[in-house]
Design a protein around this ligand. Structure first.
Ligand SMILES: Cc1cc2nc3c(=O)[nH]c(=O)nc-3n(C[C@H](O)[C@H](O)[C@H](O)COP(=O)(O)O)c2cc1C
Length: 199
């Protein structure tokens, strides 16, 4: 295979991704790790929303959410998902496609307890994606939790980490006169096969 380079780096897509993420963290005004996450029902009806991508390693791209939310339910019935990062300051996009699995409970525990007490309370109080009669109902739940758990707030069993194992990663860099650069990588056995695409 022709050796592919992106920005002069050898094309190991996770290495390139980390490089781009570091650049985005330095230049974006906030939440460089915000990413659109697309899921779909068993029948293939899609939905998309933003999440925070908290870690990337050899397992893939990790995020945390409520397993009983719309995305959680869709992932239960259809583990195929896609992510799209867009860094406006850098005029870059990264697209990722693959299969999502749940991370072990110990991972969710570690991350849950690393968050602020306010974030923990909100995660417990919110029946994410289900109807809420009023803002007051949610705030009352938060007050009840505060009284019930003066110490550590336990992680609800449905608040979980997930990891998207990439089968395909594509890097897009804005180019002059709309001559953008697109480099796509598809998993091939232990490695990746890269190809340059028309913009
Ligand atoms: C920048 C940004 C980051 C977000 N990060 C998360 C996240 O990490 N986890 C999460 O459950 N929701 C996150 N949300 C809220 C989701 O976009 C969404 O409203 C919620 O998860 C319910 O989605 P669902 O009904 O499709 O399951 C974030 C929203 C924004 C705008």
């Amino acid at each position: 295979m022709e050796q592919v380079f992106v920005d002069g780096m050898v094309a190991e897509p996770l290495v390139v991704f980390r490089e781009w993420m570091a650049a985005a963290e330095a230049s974006e005004p906030n939440d460089a790790n915000a990413v659109a996450l697309a899921t779909a029902t068993r029948e293939g009806s899609p939905s998309v929303r933003m999440v925070l991508m908290k870690r990337v390693d050899e397992r893939g791209f990790a995020f945390y959410t409520n397993a009983e939310s719309q995305k959680g339910r869709e992932l239960d019935e259809n583990p195929q998902a896609a992510m799209c990062f867009h860094w406006k300051t850098l005029r870059r996009q990264v697209r990722v496609e693959g299969t999502v699995t749940r991370l072990p409970a110990a991972d969710a525990d570690a991350y849950f307890h690393s968050r602020s007490r306010g974030s923990q309370r909100a995660a417990v109080a919110s029946a994410q994606s289900r109807p809420l009669a009023s803002r007051e109902e949610l705030e009352a739940k938060v007050r009840e939790l505060e009284a019930a758990y003066p110490g550590e707030i336990p992680r609800p069993a449905h608040w979980l980490g997930y990891v998207l194992r990439p089968e395909r990663i594509e890097f897009w860099q804005d180019g002059a006169h709309r001559l953008h650069d697109r480099m796509a990588f598809v998993r091939r056995g232990e490695g990746w096969e890269g190809v340059r695409l028309n913009p």
